[in-house]
Write a new protein. Structure first.
Length: 126
C-alpha cells in the first residue's frame, strides 16, 4: 500500500512541476509546492508505519517576528493545490489521473484498515 502511495505521489509531483512550468509559475513557488507535498507524504508514511505519537508538552516560547517573505506562503486550506495551478480544470487528464489514484488509494479498505479509522493519518495529509 505504502509503495503505491509513494509512486502516486512521485507521479503527481512530476506532473505538477511540468504543468507548473508550462503555466508560468515561478520556479521558487514550484519548489515550495514540491517541499510541501514531499513533507506531507513523508509525514503520512511515518505515521502509517509508527502509529500516532503522544503529544509533547512544550515550554512556552517567546515568538520571534515572522521573516519577511518575497512571496506569500502557500495556502493551507483544502484544495490549495488546485487553486495554485491556474488552469487545473483544463489540464490534461495526466494531472487528474494521479489525483484520482490517490483518492482511490485512500478510499481502499486496506488503507482504511492501515489508518485504523481514527482519522489520524487523514490529518497527516492536511
Amino acid at each position: 500500500m505504502l509503495g503505491r502511495f509513494d509512486l502516486v505521489i512521485a507521479i503527481l509531483i512530476h506532473i505538477i512541476m511540468d504543468q507548473g512550468r508550462a503555466s508560468g509559475i515561478a520556479f521558487p513557488r514550484l519548489i515550495q509546492v514540491w517541499q510541501r507535498i514531499t513533507r506531507l507524504a513523508a509525514r503520512f508514511t511515518r505515521a502509517a508505519l509508527n502509529g500516532p505519537r503522544p503529544r509533547r508538552i512544550r515550554a512556552p516560547q517567546i515568538r520571534k517576528p515572522a521573516p519577511i517573505r518575497s512571496e506569500p506562503p502557500l495556502p493551507t486550506s483544502q484544495g490549495w493545490l488546485r487553486r495554485l495551478l491556474p488552469d487545473s480544470e483544463t489540464m490534461p487528464s495526466a494531472l487528474i489521473y494521479p489525483a484520482q489514484q490517490l483518492s482511490d488509494l485512500l478510499a481502499d479498505p486496506a488503507m482504511a484498515e492501515l489508518c485504523g479509522g481514527s482519522g489520524f493519518l487523514d490529518s497527516c495529509l492536511s
